[in-house]
Ligand binder design. Structure first.
Ligand code: ADP
Ligand code: MG
Length: 698
């Protein structure tokens, strides 16, 4: 939040006509706190009321202004009661359709009345029509006054009408025009000259009030040079803010953690496999980082199944060898439980003490866990979000590992880091993700982190054969399950629902499980979902891992991280409703052992174009990077990275997908600003990110 003192200065919103405390408060919902913020509240699109369109030449889906005379107005009862009014202008006619109307409105539209009308043209049963157009009755000989420029359409919020907003904007833009509001261009002028970018004032005036000859589609696609120059400024602000964050972290102190090999050598010796070259390379990066006296901030990207857990374990051992605690946080109970079990098997034989902390612990267990953590008795700590909550205090935390980072926000990551702070010392951080993103995007989205990639899967993996099947062939799928069980295979059956409700998901999974148990008498069926108690979940997963269950019916709780190598067939219901990265994560649960594996994507009804595209991608490739690239094409980065990811994705006009090509230029300009105009950095961040920068100092 910006400080209230903003309301006192010359740029206060209250200085504008039509803005009282109430409107000012509502504008805050649009992130508008002062007049400058208003200037950066840019139009979504434009309306052209600069001329009258003859009805004979209207195009469907265009928004136009027409003048016409009412020929007939009547109330109709179709599925709903509605008012239909037919108007004509000599070149053609148009039907106006109103679902909400008063008698007074009906009377206005009497035969012979002349209207000025603005709206979107649609195709109706009896020719072209407009639904709920804006209209005004013209006096007998009135010639309507036409606008001399395009009208901007702004994003609005409840209680602030479009016309109110336009009115307020007009005042601010006039101040800008007359230089009563002064806005410094913060992109250095040599750069602006080089690329022929207009000044900030010119750019803003153009975007709010484009001239008549402006190309509307260029503007609406954000491609005009005025917009692009602002996009660059905005991306620059974000880039600089992440660089600042990184710099300030680099100036922080951390304890150097020297590896002795005492624990890690024994750990490696007991592993049933050797590390891949990619794992080893990433581990070398980590080992180096952790020996520095400033905190590691490393992101490890590695496809599903690339073996990130072992890498995390080795990093944790390095911290423990140096006499510190290490903590690993996972986004779901199920995944955290699995890590706990794995780490117990791996690390207890080395004589290490593990602690477990989740939100679902009973009071006594919880107290014990907290005590172990604060006394330092717990050396390896595993858990969920509960790990950074208030009552938790660490004894000597050397390393924080965050698994499946895309499920956490930047705030949570920083909060856990704050937790481990001792005096001026911060713990090292290792962040792991299975959502790989292309390099240019990573440079911006993760500009505050160093990145390593595990770009190789453990040997012997056979790609998962993927088929797409309509729900109508369900019985064939059930037969396939039976056949697989006869061959000693284990199977996941994933029930998905779009509803967020865990209760509904659980219910569907329960019903599916009993139907399958009914149909498959000789198959051992079990069920796991988010509503089970932790012990119940753990028991089921353990039984499945031990091979005591053949078919595990599950909700998407098994999406991240679950590792049962003997499972080699997965059925996903309603696959058409899931995003690519989620499908990839789910499918990553099979193909982990040496058996040939398969994944059946079932869908209901007819597929939409995007759904068809998505399922085709799944069938054709198993490469996580390739899938991420396609996902980005289909959905755009905001969705892929999650808006919670960083303040970064909530941009005002930049669109990381559309504007990707500008990123290398932005990073170049950022260096230039650093060297030659460091005084511009803070104002840039303040202007574009303002209140959102609070994460920098969480
Ligand atoms: P993810 O990167 O998806 O978290 P995991 O860490 O769960 O992957 O590892 C997937 C599986 O691969 C596990 O069963 C793990 O024991 C196994 N694994 C990890 N590294 C290797 C390796 N170098 N060789 C063979 N198997 C490995
Ligand atoms: Mg994992």
């Amino acid at each position: 939040m910006k400080s209230p003192s903003h309301t006192d200065d010359a740029t206060s919103l209250l200085k504008l006509k039509g803005v009282g405390p109430k409107v000012a408060e509502k504008l805050q919902r649009l992130d508008i706190y002062n007049q400058i913020d208003l200037l950066f509240h840019l139009p979504l699109r434009y309306q052209d009321r600069t001329h009258i369109h003859p009805m004979g030449s209207l195009k469907v889906a265009s928004e136009v202004q027409v003048v016409g005379e009412v020929q007939l107005t009547e109330i109709k009862y179709a599925r709903r009661r509605m008012l239909l009014s037919r108007i004509a202008d000599g070149t053609g006619f148009l039907t106006l359709r109103f679902f909400h109307f008063s008698n007074a409105q009906k009377d206005l539209l009497k035969r012979g009345a002349r209207l000025l009308c603005y709206g979107e043209v649609r195709r109706g049963k009896a020719g072209l029509e407009m639904t709920h157009p804006e209209f005004r009755i013209l006096r007998k000989d009135e010639t309507p006054v036409l606008d001399d420029r395009l009208s901007p359409v702004y994003p609005t919020t409840e209680g602030v009408h479009q016309l109110t907003l336009r009115n307020i904007m007009a005042q601010v833009l006039e101040h800008l025009q007359n230089d009563r509001l002064h806005l410094q261009s913060l992109v250095p002028s040599d750069i602006r000259k080089k690329y022929h970018w207009p000044s900030l004032k010119q750019a803003l005036l153009y975007i709010h009030y484009p001239p008549l000859e402006a190309k509307l589609d260029e503007l609406e696609n954000g491609e005009h040079i005025s917009q692009q120059s602002l996009v660059v400024e905005e991306l620059l602000a974000h880039h600089l803010s992440l660089r600042q964050l990184r710099l300030s972290m680099q100036q922080e102190q951390a304890m150097p953690l020297l590896p002795t090999g005492k624990l890690s050598d024994r750990f490696l010796a007991q592993l049933p496999f050797t590390l891949t070259a990619a794992q080893q390379k990433v581990l070398d990066d980590i080992e180096q980082d952790m020996q520095q006296d400033n905190p590691m901030q490393r992101l490890v990207q590695g496809d599903v199944g690339s073996g990130k857990t072992v890498v995390a374990a080795l990093a944790m051992l390095q911290a423990i060898e140096a006499g510190f605690q290490a903590v690993i946080m996972a986004p779901t109970e199920l995944l955290a439980e699995q890590h706990y079990r794995n780490f117990k098997n791996w690390l207890e034989p080395l004589g290490l003490k593990l602690s477990w902390l989740s939100g679902k612990l009973k009071t006594a267990q919880r107290r014990e866990a907290l005590q172990q953590i604060s006394s330092g008795e717990g050396q390896v700590i595993v858990g969920t979000h509960a790990l950074f909550q208030q009552e938790v205090s660490y004894h000597r935390l050397g390393l924080v590992v965050i698994d499946e980072q895309h499920r956490f926000g930047v705030h949570q990551r920083l909060a856990l880091r704050e937790k481990g702070q001792q005096g001026n010392f911060y713990p090292h951080q290792l962040i792991m993700t299975a959502t790989p993103i292309p390099r240019t995007l990573a440079m911006t989205a993760y500009a505050d982190l160093d990145c390593s990639v595990i770009d190789e899967l453990p040997p012997g993996r056979i790609p998962v054969e993927t088929v797409v099947i309509p729900d109508s062939k369900r019985s064939a799928v059930v037969q396939r399950v039976e056949h697989a069980v006869q061959q000693g295979r284990q199977i996941y059956w994933v029930c998905t629902l779009i509803e967020e409700s865990e209760a509904l998901q659980a219910q569907t999974a329960e019903e599916t499980a009993s139907a399958l148990a009914e149909a498959l008498q000789d198959v051992r069926v079990a069920l796991v979902h988010g509503r089970l108690k932790p012990e119940q979940k753990e028991n089921v997963m353990q039984a499945f891992k031990n091979g005591d269950i053949d078919l595990l019916v599950a909700t998407t709780v098994i999406e991240v991280g679950v590792d049962v190598p003997n499972a080699s067939l997965m059925i996903i219901e309603n696959a058409e409703r899931l995003g690519l990265s989620q499908l990839h994560q789910l499918r990553g649960r099979v193909g982990r052992g040496s058996n040939e594996s398969a994944c059946v994507l079932m869908y209901q009804g007819t597929l939409s174009d995007t759904a068809r595209q998505r399922l085709a991608v799944m069938r054709e490739t198993s490469d996580g990077f390739e899938i991420a690239r396609k996902d980005l094409e289909i959905r755009g980065p905001g969705e892929v990275l999650g808006t919670r990811q960083t303040g970064l994705m909530q941009m005002r006009i930049a669109d990381l997908q559309r504007d990707q090509h500008l990123l290398p230029l932005v990073s170049e300009i950022a260096s230039h600003v650093y060297q030659n105009y460091p005084e511009n950095i803070e104002p840039l961040i303040q202007r574009w990110i303002g209140s959102a920068t609070r994460y920098v100092s969480v």
